[in-house]
Design a protein around this ligand. Structure first.
Ligand code: TXA
Ligand code: MG
Length: 365
């Protein structure tokens, strides 16, 4: 499969409809168009056309049992997509749409099975990005869009990530700057009581509780024992994901332990000929450098005091590991409340089963 991919460069804050019009026409004609959203770039297709949506799975190499999120620009568009808007969904929309929150509702028969992977429910989101909203308004159709990466790769937060993954595989890519949130939307199942978080994101558990009262969390998100034993309700959560080629080790220890032991670990790995990287806060990176720990690549994610920066930088940081041909990268852990829940979810999944590198392992390994 090789297509000529049209690259449309646009200012995120002031999307020019004349520039977006050809992309809207392509979507209406059943073609694939990648576009920026506030969370990550999405790969869009007409959600009401099974033929169009099938192309998404081919372009991404995505397993067909993983359902897609349908994006809308206006609340009126919900009517044809769902059979019912649960009360919790209504309250959540009022509080958080447009924004990084996807709501699961009972699906109408108009939504093709391929969109929902045969489920009786459909995931819907109104993104908070001027380009996404303008494009959706121009097409006037609901747009199914997963993250615009090759399946298994970290989600794209920059146009260059999409171009790298999908050039030649899609009709057009709208390059509209960096995604500001940097992790995918929170997925909230509103068909159960209390509503349940299936994927943590920028709309935090704490924020949802403040609006909805009781909120449950899918237990697979809380289990630290490893991905393969879990049966998450959000099908996409079962795949090893967000993963660079490098092995990721999570530094699940205190700063003191890391500073005391990591240098030796890094020296040993380098002696074996491995290229070693670090993904860490500015604070930890600074201290490790001061101790003379030599990495082949250091990705500074931002200050520990600003988790929004860390989230915004995370997927780029993971992709940088590939760019610098890192074999093994150590990644700092962050507290799991607020946005930290989403950050640690993505990092743990990038690490897969190799996962936690505790103080004990750090000392003995
Ligand atoms: O921020 C985002 O959500 C981005 C942007 C482009 O909007 N999109 C995104 O899509 O992350 P994707 O396909 O990478 O992730 C969709 C997630 C998957 O974990 C999928 O399993 C889940 O939503 N999902 C979709 N429909 C579902 C349903 N009916 N029930 C449960 N989970 C569902
Ligand atoms: Mg994805």
């Amino acid at each position: 499969m090789f297509l000529h991919t049209k690259i449309i460069t646009i200012l995120a804050e002031q999307p020019d409809s004349a520039l977006l019009a050809p992309a809207a026409e392509l979507l209406k004609a059943g073609e694939l168009v990648a576009f920026p959203t506030e969370t990550v770039y999405g790969l869009g297709a007409n959600a009401l056309s099974a033929e169009a949506v099938k192309k998404i799975f081919v372009a991404k190499g995505r397993p067909t049992d993983n359902p897609l999120i349908v994006h809308i620009a206006k609340l009126e568009q919900l009517t044809e997509l769902v059979t019912k808007v649960p009360v919790a969904a209504k309250m959540a929309m009022e509080a958080f749409w447009p924004g990084p929150l996807t709501l699961i509702m009972p699906k109408s028969s108009k939504v093709p099975e391929v969109v929902t992977a045969g489920l009786a429910t459909v995931a819907i989101r109104m993104p908070d990005h001027p380009v996404a909203l303008a494009l959706l308004a121009l097409t006037n159709i609901p747009i199914a869009a997963p993250s615009a990466n090759l399946s298994g790769k970290p989600s794209p937060t920059k146009a260059e990530h999409v171009i790298k993954d999908l050039s030649g595989r899609v009709a057009a890519i709208i390059a509209g700057g960096d995604a500001t949130v940097g992790v995918e939307s929170t997925v909230l199942d509103c068909t159960v009581t209390p509503p349940m978080i299936l994927r943590p994101g920028a709309i935090t558990y704490e924020e949802l509780v403040s609006v909805l009262g009781e909120v449950a969390i899918d237990k697979s998100l809380l289990d630290k024992s490893g991905l393969d034993v879990l049966y998450p309700r959000s099908p996409g959560m079962k795949y090893t994901h967000y993963a660079p080629l490098a092995k990721i080790y999570l530094l699940n220890s205190s700063d003191e332990e890391i500073l005391a032991h990591l240098k030796v670990r890094v020296q040993e790995a380098r002696a074996e000929g491995l290229r070693v990287g670090l993904l860490a806060s500015d604070e930890l990176a600074f201290q490790l450098e001061r101790r003379g720990v030599e990495f082949q690549h250091i990705e500074r994610l931002g200050s520990r005091t600003e988790l929004t920066k860390i989230a915004g930088h995370l997927f780029h940081g993971l992709r940088q590991c590939d760019r610098f041909q890192i074999d093994l990268a150590y990644a700092e852990c962050f507290p799991e409340d607020g946005l930290g829940f989403a950050i640690m979810n993505r990092l743990s999944r990038a690490a897969g089963k190799k996962k936690l590198f505790t103080a004990e392992e750090l000392t003995l390994a």
